[in-house]
Design a protein around this ligand. Structure first.
Ligand code: NG1
Ligand code: MG
Length: 534
């Protein structure tokens, strides 16, 4: 495959930006960012680094079992305008933000000997995201140019950040800033001509948040970097983290697929065991894989450096198919047809092995199924993360994971099979059904929906959405809706109005226009990370 590089555009030549498919909205944002930069620093920036937020179209809670997901970058992004300091002066960073009330200005020096900057994860400050980007960018520079960056400091810079990805609503605002900053620092230190491969930018940014103690998997960064107009992204985790743009089917008229993103305005802390139990889900699916492996007598293969050192539901599938290659009635390969058969078989095995305890297993029942003592089970599985439970819903969680992985593959199949002869409505209808199936499974099997999510989805579906579901971890946060955009956007406007009247104004009678403006976003698939030269 040919190398894909992060694109660089010349900002003075607006027409060429348009030709390269950057959305007008983005091109139009740049002059404002340049103007704000000038007001703050009294000079022009050298360039602007851009990276967008994301939604997940389908494939919820299956990334941590290594099944592919299908996110999309949105027309909300982080723009970092940067002016490089004179290299003769002592290097320092001055940071300002368009939302200076929430994100106050910061200034710090860079180590003179080329050593890495210190990040203190116990301090909650927006500059920490900048520092994460700076940290991984510096490591990368040392990797590609050791003679220069091992011993010398990075260049100093004035930075102005302006973002419109809502913070804390599950739209990837943290990866947007980290990817923009990382890209900006590499551009500042390598000069105008250097073009970083997208795969490198993904590899380094996907671990950047780990310096803040967030153990995320890389889907958000993949979506932000690889975003492409008119495309969703098939993000896979095995054998390595990878994103492949998948074009939305060409429709028989000019309608562009748009998504409505509606925030429930219920903030969730997904790692809080009292409220959401994200970590309990991680443990339940791990137990499911190990019970299945024990029951069917297969030994799972998994990397020793995996953070939990236990096989997951994907590892079980691979091990089982490896062992029974000659007995199954289909050929095992990477084709869509074979993947569908593989996952259907996994659903059968889940029924067969776990279906007698649909409502859940007690800890005693799990230890028996795993053929270990209760103490051993507690040590091996229940101490991995702080979790609380009464019953472990092994069957339901496994069934969600395999059926959701299947819906992702079926979505890819639908994209592939849709052609210019397909009626728009047939495509919307089938895609919407898959999204609705995902929502039902999240609600009934994974139990990560909420009253607010259910309300929003049913209002949207009753008013013209073809598919409505939660996006991200759930329990609150954001929802997405597949809404055909008619010739004058009438359907999108109709669903939006219905949500405002029937959800937001009822749920939050005092809601302001400003909050409403950030709560509902309408977006097409947007281009990923890039640099605009000033
Ligand atoms: P959100 O809620 O969008 O941050 C979380 C996880 C994802 C994935 C989804 C569920 C983090 C940082 N992200 O997404 O990796 O598991 O839930 O599909 O925890
Ligand atoms: Mg995040």
């Amino acid at each position: 495959m040919s190398q894909m590089f992060v694109p660089q555009y010349n900002i003075l030549d607006k027409d060429s930006i348009r030709m390269k498919n950057a959305p007008v909205s983005l091109v139009n944002k740049c002059p404002n960012v340049i103007q704000s930069f000038q007001e703050i620093y009294g000079t022009q920036p050298d360039f602007i680094a851009h990276s967008p937020g994301r939604i997940n179209l389908i494939g919820e809670h299956i990334d941590y079992t290594d099944f592919s997901v299908l996110p999309l970058s949105i027309e909300r992004d982080m723009l970092c305008a940067i002016k490089i300091h004179d290299p003769q002066t002592n290097p320092s960073i001055t940071l300002t933000n368009g939302d200076s009330k929430r994100f106050a200005g910061r200034k710090f020096d860079l180590p003179l000997d080329g050593s890495q900057i210190n990040i203190d994860p116990s301090v909650s400050d927006w500059s920490n995201y900048f520092k994460c980007g700076l940290y991984v960018a510096q490591s990368y520079l040392k990797e590609i140019c050791p003679e220069k960056f091992q011993i010398k400091p990075l260049v100093g810079m004035d930075v102005f950040c302006q973002g419109d990805v809502p913070v804390g609503s599950g739209l990837g605002s943290s990866s947007a800033i980290i990817c923009a900053v990382t890209l900006g620092i590499i551009r500042a230190n390598m000069g105008h001509g250097y073009r970083i491969p997208k795969a490198d930018l993904l590899r380094i940014t996907s671990v950047a948040e780990h310096y803040l103690g967030v153990n995320n998997g890389g889907m958000d960064q993949a979506a932000s970097i690889y975003g492409q107009r008119g495309h969703a992204l098939s993000v896979s985790f095995k054998p390595e983290l990878k994103a492949v743009p998948i074009e939305f089917p060409k429709m028989s008229n000019d309608w562009d697929i748009e998504f409505i993103v509606a925030d429930t305005l219920v903030e969730v802390n997904k790692y809080d065991s009292a409220s959401t139990n994200y970590n309990l889900r991680v443990v339940e699916v791990l137990i499911a894989a190990n019970i299945l492996a024990m029951h069917y007598g297969v030994v799972m293969n998994y990397p020793l450096d995996s953070n939990v050192r236990k096989g997951n539901l994907r590892d079980f599938m691979n091990a089982y198919l490896g062992l029974h290659r000659s007995q199954v009635s289909f050929e095992i390969n990477d084709s869509i047809e074979s993947q569908i058969q593989q996952l259907e078989l996994m659903l059968q095995l889940t029924e067969e092995c776990l279906g007698d305890k649909k409502e859940g297993h007690t800890a005693d029942e799990v230890s028996i199924a795993l053929d270990c003592s209760k103490e051993e089970f507690t040590r091996e599985y229940l101490m991995l993360f702080p979790i609380r439970f009464q019953i472990l819903k092994i069957y339901k969680r496994a069934k969600h994971v395999y059926s959701e992985a299947l819906r992702v593959i079926k979505t890819l199949q639908l994209f592939k099979e849709t052609n210019d002869k397909t009626n728009n409505y047939t495509f919307y209808h089938k895609f919407g059904e898959l999204m609705n199936g995902s929502q039902r499974s999240c609600d009934e099997l994974y139990e990560c929906s909420s009253n607010e999510i259910d309300k929003i989805c049913s209002i949207a579906l009753n008013n013209g959405s073809y598919g409505s579901r939660l996006t991200g971890a759930g329990w609150g946060g954001s929802t997405i809706h597949l809404v055909p955009n008619g010739p004058n956007g009438c359907n999108v406007a109709h669903v939006k109005d219905a949500l405002i009247e029937q959800y937001y104004k009822k749920q939050y009678p005092d809601i302001t226009q400003e909050t409403l403006d950030t709560a509902i976003i309408v977006s097409k698939a947007a281009p990923g990370s890039c640099i605009f030269e000033c």
